[in-house]
Ligand binder design. Structure first.
Ligand code: HEC
Length: 196
């Protein structure tokens, strides 16, 4: 009795090996294609020293969403940092958000939870006021979110005993993250008003 090719166990075994091997290759190629696009200092992910500048968003008709525009000098906490210093501060802030598990409630760059506001563009939240109040309001909020709550949604962020230095590092991380061109994501964030 001759068995049909589609009933042949060996055929399916060989196909599985081939599909797995070729898809592994495709994944490796895609990874190499992605790395330059998500590296710091590339077209869409600005260098860390972008925290020395103003970050605006302007509606782009072609892409049909808000895109980041890196503006004039606007040093964070009055300090202009070189690339190395900026990297150290932003990285510290990122490690605090990882170590304190902010993602348990918040979303950052598409990862995390939806209990609390998305933090990807939190630097641009109009609730912080303009450039004269934003930094101090953010520090006060992070150091004592219970008394300095933002809205009356009924959800309050717990006090996580964040020090002033830690708050500044977190804010540096948030400012840098807000400069990333995330293809309009999260799509409903409200950019700060142009401050003139
Ligand atoms: C238990 C849940 C929870 C955790 C954990 C948490 N947050 Fe929050 N966070 C909230 C809630 C709820 C709000 C909204 C509070 C309000 O409106 O007063 C908030 C608001 C914020 C805001 C203001 C967002 C905006 O766009 O206005 C920032 C910034 C923030 N959190 C940062 C952090 C950081 C950094 C961490 C980690 C160190 C963290 N949160 C951990 C619940 C949490």
């Amino acid at each position: 009795m001759t068995s049909k090719w589609w009933a042949n166990e060996n055929f399916w075994r060989k196909s599985a090996v081939w599909v797995t091997a070729s898809m592994t290759l495709v994944l490796i190629l895609l990874t190499f294609d992605t790395i330059p696009k998500i590296s710091v200092g590339s077209e869409r992910v600005p260098a860390y020293s972008v925290i020395n500048q103003r970050i605006d968003y302007v509606f782009n008709k072609e892409r049909n969403f808000q895109v980041p525009v890196i503006g004039q000098a606007q040093p964070l906490f009055g300090n202009t940092l070189n690339e190395e210093e900026a990297e150290a501060l932003v990285t510290w802030g990122k490690k605090i958000t990882q170590g304190r598990n902010c993602m348990n409630c918040h979303t950052l760059l598409g990862n995390g939870a939806y209990y609390a506001p998305d933090l990807t563009k939190a630097w641009l939240d109009p609730a912080w006021g303009d450039s004269s109040t934003r930094e101090s309001m953010m520090v006060n909020f992070l150091m004592d979110p219970v008394s300095n709550y933002m809205n009356d949604s009924g959800r309050k962020m717990p006090n996580m005993n964040i020090s002033e230095q830690e708050a500044q590092a977190i804010i540096a991380f948030l400012k840098w993250m807000s400069s990333i061109d995330t293809n309009g994501f999260p799509y409903n964030f409200k950019p700060i008003d142009q401050e003139g």
